[in-house]
Each structure stands twice: as C-alpha cells, then as structure tokens.
Design a protein around this ligand. Structure first.
Ligand code: ME8
Length: 522
C-alpha cells in the first residue's frame, strides 16, 4: 500500500477577499490531491484561513468590527471560493478554532520543554503586511526614503517585551537536513535562496507579542499572544490530530510520512526555516517537501489592491467556467515560475486546447458512434495503427501524467495529455472513418472503438484538472466509476471501459466556445 499523503495549501489571511493568487494555489493543490486519490492513496488535504495577527486585527479595527466577527465573515468568502472552484479539501481549518489554540499551546510547551524559549526585549523592524521581522541588512530605501522589506512592504521600528525561540541553535541542523533531503525545498531556485539565508547565520526569533491581544495566548505568560506565524504554521498539525489524537497523527503526520506543503514563494522562509526548526524542537516529524510556487500577475503586473487589479476568482470562474479557469492556470504557467493571465489568454487556450483538440475529438467520435453503430461499441481486431495510437495514449495517460502530478509538475502532465490528444486528431484525419463507412465498415468500427478507448483514457487522466467536464464526458460515455483511476483501467484495450449494455448517444459540446468579454478588450 502506498503511504498516506498529507497535502496542504498555505492558510490565507482573511483580511480581504480572496484573489486569483489564492485560487491558483488552491487549484494546484487540489489537482495533486485528486491525482493522488486516483493513484489509490489515502489523502488528507487541508486548507483554511490564518485569522490572528496584527494585520487582521488592524483591518478589523479600521472597520470598527470585533476581530472574531470580522474573520467569521471574511473566512466564509474563502470557503465559498474553494467550493465554487471544486476544491476537494478534507478539512477547512480556521485558526480561531479552540482546538487550534490547544495545538499551538501544546507545541509551544514542547519547544519550551526542550529549552528553546526565553524572555527578552525585541527591538527591530517589523512589516505588518508580511507579518515578518527583518534584519536591517535586508531592507531597502523606498522612493520617499522610507524603509521597505524585501517584499517591498513598509516596516516599522518595534520595541516590546517578547518571548524568543532559539532559532540560532538550529542553523547546522537545518543545513544538515537540507543536505540530506534535496527534495525538502522545491523548486531549486527557492532552495538556493533558503540555503543562502541560513548559511548567513540565524538569529533567535521573537515569538510573542505583548502590545495587542488578537492571537493565541502564550501558556503561563499573561499579556503575551503568540507571534502569528507560530500559530499559523501549527495549523498543519492541528488538522492531523495534534496533540489529542495520536492515531490520526500516526496516519497523517508520521515520522516517515509523506507531507507536502504547497505555498507561494514569498513565504518559503517561514516554511523551510522556522517550521522545521519548531518541529525539531518539539520532537515532531518534518514534512517531506515545501514547494514554493510562483506569483500570478495580471498581464504581467503585480496585483495589489492599490493598483485596483485584483481579479476576483469568482468573477473569472463565472466569465469563463470553472474547468477552463483551472485548466488555464495550470497549463499556462510552469509550476514554480511566475506567470500572467488575461482574458484573451484564457479564451484562446480554452478554445484551442479544450475545445478544438479534445472537445471536438470527443464530440465527433461519439456522434459517429451514436449514428453509425447505434451507440454500441464493437470489439474489433485492431491493426498496428490502432495499437500504436493506444500505446501512445496509454503512456501519456497512465504513466507520464500520474508521474508528473506526483512530481508537482502539472504543466508537464497537461503537455503529455495534449500531445496524446493531438495524436488522436492526426489518427482520425488519417483513418477518415467517415470515408470507411461505405468502403470498409469493419475497419470503421475498429477506428471508432480505438478512438473511444483513447478518449476515455484521456478523460480519466485529466480528471484532476477538469473534474466537472471530464466526469460529465465519462458519464456520457458510460465509463464505470471503478475504471476512473490511474490504477484501475482494464488491461485489455476494449474491455472494461464501457458499462455492459450502455448505449452511447451524441453528446452536447463539452467546452462551448468562449469569447473575450467586451470590457476587457484592449
Ligand atoms: O501568506 N500569486 O497568507 P496570504 C500566487 N497567512 N500566489 C499568491 C499570490 C499571487 N499573486 N499572492 C499570494 C499568508 N499568494 C499566510 C500564510 S501559512 C501557515 C500562512 C499566495 O493570504 C501566498 O504566497 O497572504 C500564500 O501561499 C497564499 O497565497 C496565502 O497568502
């Protein structure tokens, strides 16, 4: 049996509405979770909202709302977005849940028991927008001479009583871990950044705040709440049962477990430096991989609220459809790189790839079977051309695609899928079944049966990316649920894919042609 997989997104700050970057991360992680389930794995997929900290507290105060009431409302927009986009999370966690407070206090106490916590006075730079402390040497000067963080956000000089975590004790242990586990930080560029940062030396980390109270209380230290990243990172453990449910921990957070965090490139330091140090200190297992994906830019410009170009994922899904949006985001951008999106690019890719290369292929083939074979699938004697096509499709659908999803390379999976779809198009043009109808009906049957199998396999293999449309197609084709996995396909080309006695009818178009909405035209 393959190991269980624990896979997570970052948890989002609910201080504003979700944007396309949040949607991108949720969709990519959902695709990995769905693909792993189709490989027969026991998957725990968690996402949620990161509700404490100064940023959320300040936004609530500015709106004159109690922080809890504020996050109750804002968190619901993230959950709604996930549900709209078909995100198959097993748990949507909110860090204001009481169980999460308990888990954060438990890891704090475990770190304290290890001798890693002490009190002191913090004096230094803090960015509320990043919820991050920065060293003077990391800052740059803004246009007005103000200090800016490496992310370009404003920083303020902060002085307060605080608890510290002995991060400096973990420098060598972290470097050893990175060396022994080359896959721990991905992609390579992110790994190099982290190595440089840790090699330069680690200072102890301020891990509590005493000037506001919107957070998890530090055990035994009245007036202190935890630095938001301590409780935020602990969300991953909370969902796995820590510290109350050891059986669940053994299943989803085991010492040799397969734990993957999918996050954006701006928060790799927290996940690849602080988090493993906290876990080592608390004597808990480490994740296998931290993957820092790239940023999505609106036509190449960084999105920000002040630029007024934060695309609402709900609006994009409504304009173009959920599956085209999911497909576009993963096909367009090599996972790990930055990418940009525009209405024109979404429309173009949907029409050419989903519509022409795959949708029309399915439409033509199934209509032909409905019309000329009375909806029945024959069991033909395949020729070399047929087996060559099916071998190519099967290699893509059953070998390359699951392998690429496992390697967190969804764009490679989609490329393999598209190559196979183009091979099917070349095959249908070369075999010309419409001409065979009169000249060689037996051969026509073989061609149609071959195409049926190829399309079914391609629809199964792309299920993680476009679950709604691929499911609709498979239902229409009469492909039984047990065949819809990377493991469960029939060994014989023509057997097992069609439910016995099922009659195929002409389908409706799978991917209606999209137009660029008028207001976004240049
Ligand atoms: O960082 N493109 O929350 P967040 C792609 N609460 N991804 C983007 C993006 C963009 N334009 N903008 C943001 C936080 N992201 C913390 C995480 S985890 C224990 C705590 C990604 O709401 C970002 O990199 O600012 C992060 O992975 C996620 O969206 C949530 O960002």
């Amino acid at each position: 049996m393959p190991k269980p997989l624990t896979i997570t997104t970052a948890i989002s700050y609910p201080n504003g509405r979700p944007h396309i970057g949040h949607a991108y991360e949720a969709i990519a992680t959902d695709v990995f979770a769905r693909a792993a389930r189709m490989m027969g794995r026991d998957v725990f997929f968690q996402t949620g909202t990161d509700e404490h900290g100064l940023k959320v507290a300040q936004t609530a105060r500015a709106r004159n709302i109690d922080p809890q009431a504020f996050v109750d409302e804002m968190s619901s927009y993230f959950k709604q977005m996930d549900d709209l986009l078909g995100i198959s999370y097993d748990r949507f966690i909110r860090t204001s849940e009481p169980g999460h407070h308990g888990a954060s206090q438990a890891i704090w106490e475990a770190m304290a028991a290890n001798g890693d916590m002490y009190t002191g006075r913090y004096e230094g730079w803090y960015s509320v927008r990043d919820e991050a402390f920065y060293d003077e040497s990391e800052l740059s000067d803004g246009p007005g001479g103000e200090k800016l963080s490496p992310q370009g956000t404003p920083v303020e000089w902060t002085v307060e009583e605080s608890w510290f975590f002995r991060l400096s004790n973990y420098q060598q242990k972290l470097l050893d871990h990175y060396a022994a586990h080359p896959d721990f930080i991905q992609p390579e560029s992110r790994r190099n950044e982290v190595l440089r940062f840790v090699e330069a030396g680690l200072r102890d980390l301020s891990v509590s705040r005493s000037t506001f109270n919107w957070g998890v209380k530090v055990p035994g230290a009245p007036g202190h709440v935890m630095y938001v990243w301590v409780d935020a990172l602990t969300n991953y453990l909370t969902g796995c049962g820590y510290p109350y449910d050891q059986e669940r921990m053994d299943r989803y957070w085991a010492p040799d477990g397969d734990i993957v965090h999918i996050i954006g490139k701006d928060i790799v330091r927290f996940h690849a430096v602080y988090w493993p140090a906290f876990l080592m200190s608390a004597k808990l297992p480490l994740p296998r991989t931290i993957f820092g994906h790239g940023f999505l830019l609106n036509r190449g410009e960084k999105m920000s609220k002040s630029l007024g170009n934060v695309a609402d994922p709900n609006e994009l899904a409504e304009a173009f459809g959920v599956d085209p949006l999911r497909y576009f985001l993963l096909a367009e951008v090599g996972f790990g790189n930055d990418g940009s999106y525009s209405a024109e690019a979404i429309v173009h890719r949907t029409n050419t790839e989903l519509g022409n290369a795959f949708g029309n292929l399915a439409q033509r083939t199934l209509s032909f079977i409905a019309k000329n074979l009375d909806g029945r699938l024959p069991t033909p004697a395949p020729t070399e051309d047929d087996t060559a096509l099916l071998a190519a499709v099967r290699e893509a659908a059953q070998v390359e695609m699951p392998r690429a999803f496992e390697a967190l390379a969804p764009h490679e999976a989609i490329q393999a899928w598209l190559r196979a779809a183009y091979a099917c198009n070349a095959y249908i043009d070369a075999q010309a079944p419409w001409a065979l109808r009169k000249t060689d009906p037996a051969r026509m049957e073989a061609v149609l049966a071959t195409l049926y199998v190829a399309i079914a396999e391609l629809a199964i293999a792309i299920l993680p990316v476009i679950p709604t449309s691929a499911t609709a197609l498979l239902d229409h084709m009469g492909v039984p649920p047990e065949a819809r996995s990377y493991a469960g396909l029939a060994s014989d080309w023509y057997d097992g894919l069609l439910t016995k006695g099922y009659r195929i009818e002409a389908p409706k178009p799978l991917f209606p042609r999209l137009e660029v909405p008028a207001e976004t035209e240049a």
